[in-house]
Design a protein around this ligand. Structure first.
Ligand SMILES: [Mn+2]
Length: 301
């Protein structure tokens, strides 16, 4: 028997209503991992709006079933009791509650099992278009974090890495107590529009750049802003930034690369929910006539 490959650990951290989208991102990563096992970790705290326990449990069950046919596990971590740790961090332009959700993943050294010594954090509005094993296996040495390199389309200037994708060297974070140091640093920062992204920028990029590793920019590109890069060369599509439409709200088919999202969405238990939501958006939209056509085109091709 060939030795079983070491799994890739992937982290999502959000309120639990983002789980359906996280599962689409997860499926896209799993489908491109060449059969290597993937462990999904979902850290959540429902601090933005109340979500009934039954609804959340149903969502968890649908998530598990969405991974039935692939070599993947999923674990859920309620981090509500850790929220006090985030007190005093920058509240960004999204308001108190949503801003705090942006910091969730930074608690992973504390929350994830100790045998998970490295994790790839992904936003829930992404499609993985490459084998993540390559980034996962990259030797980090003394680097605490690895991110997509600067891309020149950032809100904070051209030298900032978007925080939707990062590889966290959890073993080293734990050994050096990086989380405590980082959060203390964050509490002393002046008010800013951005949250975790600003914190990482100030801490790593400005003050500890030797502890940060830069991966290819293609690991985190906004497809509509990176027209010079062919779709197949974008390793991770991030549906955000200037001019972006979330694929699940893109009634008119305007988002570049959205069809890749729908292809993975179709392989989850949430597909019908996505369709129903899209139809509802379509009804509200002035351009509903086109929307149904576009959606049909997506479903068929
Ligand atoms: Mn995002």
């Amino acid at each position: 028997m060939p030795k079983k490959q070491k799994p890739i650990n992937i982290l999502f951290a959000a309120t639990s209503d983002y789980l359906p989208y996280a599962i689409v991102t997860a499926r896209s990563a799993i489908e491109r991992a060449n059969g290597r096992p993937v462990n999904i970790h979902f850290m959540y705290a429902d601090i933005v709006k109340p979500i009934p326990d039954q609804v959340r449990e149903c969502c968890f069950e649908m998530a598990r079933r969405s991974l039935d046919d692939v070599d993947a596990t999923i674990n859920f971590y309620d981090i509500s009791d850790k929220m006090f740790l985030l007190e005093g961090q920058n509240v960004g332009m999204w308001g108190q509650a949503i801003s705090m959700t942006h910091y969730f993943y930074l608690l992973s050294p504390l929350v994830l099992p100790k045998d998970v010594d490295k994790v790839i954090y992904l936003d829930t509005d992404m499609i993985v278009n490459c084998d993540l094993g390559v980034a996962y296996d990259t030797k980090m040495s003394s680097h605490l974090i690895a991110m997509g390199a600067p891309r020149g389309v950032e809100e904070m200037g051209d030298d900032v890495s978007n925080s939707g994708f990062s590889v966290l060297n959890l073993k080293m974070w734990r050994a050096e107590n990086t989380l405590d140091t980082l959060l203390a640093f964050g509490r002393a920062l002046p008010r800013a529009r951005f949250c975790d992204q600003y914190l990482l920028h100030e801490y790593f990029k400005k003050n500890h750049v030797d502890r940060m590793m830069f991966l290819a920019p293609e690991y985190n590109l906004f497809p509509q802003c990176a027209m010079h890069v062919a779709l197949q060369d974008i390793k991770i599509l991030h549906f955000t930034g200037y001019g972006a439409f979330k694929p699940w709200q893109d009634v008119c088919g305007r988002q570049r690369g959205a069809h890749l999202w729908w292809r993975s969405a179709r392989h989850t238990e949430f597909y019908e929910k996505f369709i129903m939501d899209m139809v509802a958006v379509g009804y509200k939209s002035k351009s509903q006539h086109h929307s149904f056509w576009w959606h049909l085109v997506r479903m068929k091709f």
